[in-house]
Each structure stands twice: as C-alpha cells, then as structure tokens.
Design a protein around this ligand. Sequence first.
Ligand code: NAP
Length: 548
Amino acid sequence: MAEVTSKKVEESNGESLFVLDAAVIGAGVAGLYQLYQLREQGLNVRAFDTAGGVGGTWYWNRYPGAKFDSASYIYQYLFSEELYKGWSWTEKFPGQPEIERWMNYVADTLDLRGDIQFDTTIESAHYDEDRGRWTLTTVAGQVIDTQFLVGCCGMLSAPMSDLFEGQSSFKGQIFHTARWPRETVELKGKRVGVIGNGATGIQVIQTIAPEVGELKVFIRTPQYVNAMNNPQYGPAEVEEYKSKFEYFQERLPNTFAGFEFNFDNGAWADQTPEQRQAVLERIWNNGSLELWIASFSEMFFDEDVNEQVSEFVRNKMRERLKDKELCDLLIPTDYGFGTHRVPLESGYLEAYHLPHVSIVSVKDNPVKRITPEGIQLTDGTTHQFDVIILATGFDAGSGALTRIDIRGRDGRSLKEQWQQDITTTMGLQICGYPNLFTTGAPLAPSAALCNMTTCLQQQTEWITECIQHLRTNDLQVIEATREAEDAWVKHHDETADATLVTKTNSWYMGSNIEGKPRRLLSYIGGVGAYRQKCTEVADQGYPGFEMH
Ligand code: NAP
C-alpha cells in the first residue's frame, strides 16, 4: 500500500500550505460523505466550501418554501444504520431549515467539521503532470497541494443570478433564490415580482402569495405540476419508515431513479384505458414524484403515451384552475409531461386565484431589463416592485466546475473545452484531467432523474474504491482514456436520444443558457443500470482508465 505522504507545512511567510492526499470541493451531500470515506481510508483529506456551513444546496437554498421533493426517509445516507436511525423527520417532505439541521447532524455525528474549511472558494485548480499533483488556489490566495481532487460541487449550484441588464440599479431588494440571505426578508404587504416558475419558483410563489401585498409572476414557459401529499410524522410513522432501513438499502440503488418506487405497473400496451386511468389516479393521489418517474416508462419514449399522460395531468390542473384565462397561461401544451423536471406543489395553482396575484406572460414580450423601479419588458411596459425574486435557475451540471479555472494536462482549460462540448467518462472522470474525480457531474445520473442522495452515495463510493485500488497497487495517477470517454458519450447520447427528454428545452439540455452545448446533462439509462456499469468497470480493474 502506498504511504500516506501528506502533511501540513508552514511556509516562511507564515501562510500554511496544505499538502494533501485528497481535496474535496464542497461540503454538501456528496462532499460530506466523500470526506468521511477518504478519511476512513487513511488519507489526509480536507474539504473546502464557499459556504459558512455544511449542506451545499441545503445551505444556499433558504428561500421561502424551500423543501424536499424526495421523501425524507429516502433522501438519506444508507451506509450506516446508526446514522439513519439517529435522525427522525417530522414530515414526509420537510423544509430547508430541518434539512439543514439534518446535514449538520450528519457532519457532527461523523465528526467532519474539523476537516472542512468554510468560507473558502477554490478559484483555480491546475494539474502538474511531472508531479502528478494538483495545485489549488483559493480566492483569498491560499495554496493547496493535493494528489487527488474530488469535485463535490453540486449539479445545481451555479446560480443564474446576474441575468438582466440593470440589476444593480434596482432601488428595492433583489435576490436569487439560491443566494437567499440568512436574515429574515420582510415581504409582508410588499409589491413582489417573481421571475421563473420552475421547481424553485413554484415553491416560492405558493409560500409568499398569502402574505405579500401584490405578487406578479413572470412566466415564459408554463409547468406541469403534481400536487404534493405531505403527511406529518409522529413516533409511529418514524418507527415505521426506520423499520424499512434494510429494504431501502437494497432497493434504492437499483431502481430507475433511486427512489423506492419503480416502473412496476405493467406495460401500457397491455392495459385497457380504464386500467391505465386507475393506475394514474392511484399514483396521482400518492402526491409524490412517482407519477413522473415510476408510472409508465413508455411515457418517456412514445409520443402517444406521453400525450395521454400529459392530458391526464392537464385535466387535473383544469379542475383546480377553473378560469379559462388561467388555464391558458398555466397549462403547458407544447411539450410533454415529464420531459423536464416535474415540480411538486401545495396550493401553487390556487395562489393565482388570490386577487392580488397575477401573471405577466413574457413568452412573446420578454424581460428587457431591470430598472431602478422594477422590471421592464421589451414593449417598454414597466412593473414596479419593492422586491424582485429571481427564481431563474442554474448553469446546471457544468457551471459549478467551469466557474473554477480548472487546467488539466498541457494546461487545457475545462471551461474552454466545455464551451465546445460537454463530455465526461461516466460523469466520474474527464479525459485530460488525471486524478480529478467528479460527482453530480454531466453524463452521470443526477438531479435531473435521480434521488440525489442515492446517486451521490454510489458515485462517491466508486471514487473511494478507485482511490483505494490505486493505493493498494502503488499507483499514483489515473485518467480516463479518450476511447473510454468517447464510448461513454456515445452510449449516453444514444440512450438519451431514444427519449422525448432531448426534444424539450430546459436546463436538462443546457438550453436555459444561450450558447451552451446541447446535450442531456444527466444519464437517463437508469440509476440501477448505471451502478451496474460502474461496478463492472471497478471489478474488471478499471478498463478504459490509464493508471501508473
Ligand atoms: P429552472 O427549472 O431552470 O427554472 C428557471 C425558471 O426561470 C424557468 O421558469 C425559466 O423559464 C425562468 N427563466 C429563466 N430565465 C428567464 C428569463 N430571462 N426570462 C423569463 N424567465 C426566465 O430552475 P429552478 O426552478 O431553480 O429549478 C432547478 C432545479 O433545481 C429543478 O429542476 C430541480 O431539479 C431542483 N430543485 C429541486 C427542488 C427540490 O427537490 N425540492 C426544489 C427546487 C429546485 P423557461 O422555462 O422558459 O426557461
């Protein structure tokens, strides 16, 4: 086994230089577990995070109404029964404050805090081929020298927050949802404008609508929604879900999307219209993401099936909206249900029945700029506000990594490369960037079609095992080959192109950002199938990866 060579040395100017075996960027769901595993393996490892605390997504997204869309009992670490059973959720879909407390519980229970450096942004990461090591530099000028670099930066962590001309001129308060302040933001009685109605915007809108003085929602693309059923949990419910720990451990990594449910409803073609309707009704009433990722898989491939499921959901929305004009503005007609993220909601549609809530359609009259008074549209109309909320999403998948100046072999820049074409090898490594591992990265199953904790545990465990393999065999460097990367990209694209997801515009395809190369950012072949492929690679001694 290779020796642990790392140490922390003092430089002459008094600045400490960390010499590490592994540096982990991010202290969210992936980062905490990656740090834990590599430390357990005996590596000198340290995590770095821009945030002032742990949680990643659940640290930053503290906007009103932020909550889980995965059930709390499966959005969990499953490697430790003690850790799982040591925490009790108060409801099926808890809110951000409870989730952030849980992430702190995880960090404390695993005693991770001492190995995390908060308030630290990694600005650059450069690979030195001669030494086979990475040099990281922080915004504050600190230098870190490490053999392995693991990106646990999140798939949805680079907010599209500086989007409109004139934003800084606004005289009121303006917030991106993923940079919501820790302090209470007073919205009572205020005139509020919300741009964006994705999963985030919907949670914000339904939460603030009752308290604000006036709410205008700027909608470009309407959303299919699925009503959430959120039972509260007392001791009996908690005991019940905890008793299924072993079942979840076995089940979650092997389903299509890492949830407890799977496509177990039989083939669409084998059923009568009445039988299909009964299945859809039953699942609809469960009030979870099941309708989307575990009703009928044909919905992702067959336009006719997709249209029938879409119409089922449209009818559910019509029943609640009643008003024809609201139906026209809020019910999608030009893309199919499930071809991008389906948000869960609680009273979102009813919020538009409130007299002080209105919709501004920006489909044909886009937002032009932010003025000192409010939001100006292309036709010159200005809407005046005290507060503007940008629920405008993220530079998903690639943004977290391209916002760092990452240079691989021969000084190649990941940012420049991904401006042309976004590729990875199974989302775990990138050809040209030795000893760099990634999680929640493009071309692996991730936020788009996966319960994040399921996917991130599997990915970090694969990385841990891979590093262990190198050390056991006295190998210093690993890099995905060009052939392996090309083969993965080809398989990924073929799998994606067989579905309707690639025909719809959304962050899944990178189309929320002008000029971003178009490719489905998440692997859609299924979490179980992906896991199997990754395991095979490891079991066969990492074919497709060069090691020395
Ligand atoms: P998003 O899905 O990308 O939605 C962004 C919204 O902003 C869209 O409605 C988009 O309209 C709109 N928008 C962007 N630029 C605009 C512009 N210039 N003018 C007008 N509208 C504009 O982002 P998100 O809602 O933050 O959600 C991102 C992902 O985060 C979700 O898909 C989900 O995976 C995750 N999420 C998870 C949870 C949870 O699990 N609890 C909660 C929230 C979010 P267009 O559609 O027309 O582009």
